[in-house]
Ligand binder design. Structure first.
Ligand code: ATP
Ligand code: MG
Ligand code: FE
Length: 349
């Protein structure tokens, strides 16, 4: 079965073609994928402009689909199922992917399947050369979400804890903005931090010692702002130190809470997913802490940490293979800008 996946929830248009495994236990394979990031377009505004995002998805989605088919050496008529991101995300952006997917499926007389974007991030490590095995603890750290989940199988997700305010990616982005770095700030802040001292500034580690697995990052940007104001004109030469200290505060909380989730569940495997999973310092510190405890850590391939179509096609393939889903030849569609991941399968907290 060939599955086309279309992602358009935010500011990346992603398309991919995946072949589902023949047997239920056989992993799906990624045949080709293509991506267009709108980062440059939104840079001038310091953040994503929803209306511009929707319009750009319209421009990109068909050329990307053609490129994917060309790369895979496949014909449009060979597609068996069309999958698209149904939510969560920007309503207008989601509507583009959903509309195109349903129109394409209708024209081809093939079924469609709406996919949860976060389930895409969650299962993206299955596209790597060293895929994880169930069960595992998942640390989902993206631009809009920060969650710890217990994952027992495809569609079997239990929420262990989550942020009560900003997401980790948001903390990176907002702190980066305060340091005068462009959008999206996460990668830029991480680069600047390479030359800084992570112990230079004392910044808060919110909820580090709370007994639950929740996170809070809103106070961090206030603390960064306070430090920046205090430095005044001296900020320029201390920017790398402040960046490194900020990154360290975020990373330390993420690592500690992940270890607490392992202790609480008794599981011995961790999967990190979402854009912040690309952060080198997080990988370093989590790897070291887990190695000391005999715990395996799995990451998506670096280029599949942020939004892409491959993870969407992958979720469709895995859910279909697991018998959780029947792709439907019903081309009415609705998008779900707000959509809880725990509602996607049997919750197993
Ligand atoms: P969501 O998936 O929650 O809807 P999103 O799709 O915008 O949000 P992703 O594409 O998964 O999120 O990730 C983007 C986020 O990852 C941004 O906040 C970005 O700053 C952050 N990010 C990317 N690379 C790095 C890095 N190397 N270090 C820190 N943060 C990073
Ligand atoms: Mg993005
Ligand atoms: Fe995402």
């Amino acid at each position: 079965q060939l599955i086309l996946g279309i992602e358009s929830s935010c500011d990346e248009t992603g398309v991919a073609l995946v072949r589902a495994g023949a047997a239920q236990t056989e992993a799906p394979t990624l045949l080709a994928h293509a991506l267009h990031s709108q980062v440059e377009m939104h840079q001038a505004y310091g953040g994503v402009v929803p209306e511009l995002a929707s319009r750009d998805h319209i421009r990109r989605v068909l050329p990307l689909t053609e490129a994917v088919l060309r790369d895979a050496g496949a014909q449009l008529s060979e597609i068996d199922v069309v999958a698209y991101t149904q939510g969560p995300g920007l309503a207008g952006a989601l509507l583009v992917g959903a509309g195109v997917a349903c129109a394409l499926a209708a024209a081809l007389d093939r079924p469609v399947l709406g996919v949860h974007h976060l389930e895409g991030h969650l299962l993206s490590p299955f596209l790597s050369a060293d895929p994880p095995q169930f069960p595992f603890v998942a640390l989902l750290v993206s631009g809009g979400h920060t969650q710890l989940m217990r994952v027992d199988g495809v569609g079997r997700y239990g929420l262990l804890g989550e942020t009560i305010d900003d997401a980790a990616g948001e903390a990176f982005d907002k702190s980066a903005k305060l340091l005068g770095l462009g959008y999206p700030g996460g990668p830029a802040l991480a680069r600047l931090a390479e030359d800084g001292d992570p112990a230079a500034f004392k910044l808060p580690r919110p909820l580090l010692h709370s007994r639950d697995l929740d996170f809070s990052f809103a106070g961090l940007k206030t603390a960064v702002l306070t430090q920046a104001n205090r430095l005044g004109a001296g900020l320029q030469e201390r920017r790398a130190d402040l960046a490194a200290s900020t990154q360290e505060a975020i990373v330390e909380v993420l690592v500690r809470k992940t270890l607490a989730a392992l202790a609480q569940t008794g599981l011995e495997r961790v999967v990190v997913a979402g854009g912040v999973g690309a952060n080198r310092r997080l990988r370093e510190r989590l790897d070291a802490a887990c190695r000391a405890r005999g715990v395996r850590v799995h990451y998506p391939e670096l280029h599949l940490c942020t939004d892409n179509g491959a993870m969407i096609a992958m979720v469709a393939a895995m859910r279909l293979q697991a018998g959780l889903e029947q792709a439907r030849a019903d081309y009415r569609f609705e998008v779900r800008p707000r959509w809880d991941l725990a509602s996607v399968g049997a919750a197993v907290a």
